[in-house]
Write a protein of this length. Structure first.
Length: 134
């Protein structure tokens, strides 16, 4: 029987979970305030920031959880995050008219020190690194 992989919440995974948790709180709070107070100014940007917040919440839960269901959730959320950063980042580089205000993923996370671009790469690497040996 194959031995189980390392828990994603062990060792450096704890730091990764903490960073995801901070992004979950900050993106969700920022989007909530923007939607509540200035939604008409940039609805697409604010809704995308809210989506990013939900994705960060799901990634945090998946990475902190135990078992195959949590791992699948983490893979899906972190993978979706990478696609979101790349798509929204590219759209905001080439068509800033639809994004009069920044999202978490605008210009590949420039407003957040490009951490939104690097974070899913680290997350996917960590998930691969901690998987069960074949």
């Amino acid at each position: 029987m194959a031995e189980p992989g390392r828990a994603t919440s062990s060792g450096p995974g704890r730091v990764l979970i903490a960073v995801y948790g901070v992004f979950a709180l900050s993106a969700t709070a920022r989007a909530g305030v923007q939607i509540a107070t200035r939604f008409g100014e940039a609805p697409l940007a604010y809704l995308l920031s809210a989506l990013a917040g939900v994705v960060y919440i799901l990634a945090t839960i998946g990475l902190a959880g135990h078992g195959p269901g949590a791992r699948r959730l983490a893979w899906a959320a972190v993978g979706f995050e990478l696609v979101g950063v790349l798509v929204v980042g590219t759209l905001t580089v080439f068509d800033q008219g639809d994004f009069p205000d920044d999202t978490v993923w605008s210009i590949y996370g420039r407003g957040y020190g490009f951490i939104p671009l690097v974070l899913p790469l680290i997350g996917l690497w960590w998930l691969r690194h901690t998987r069960r040996p074949r």
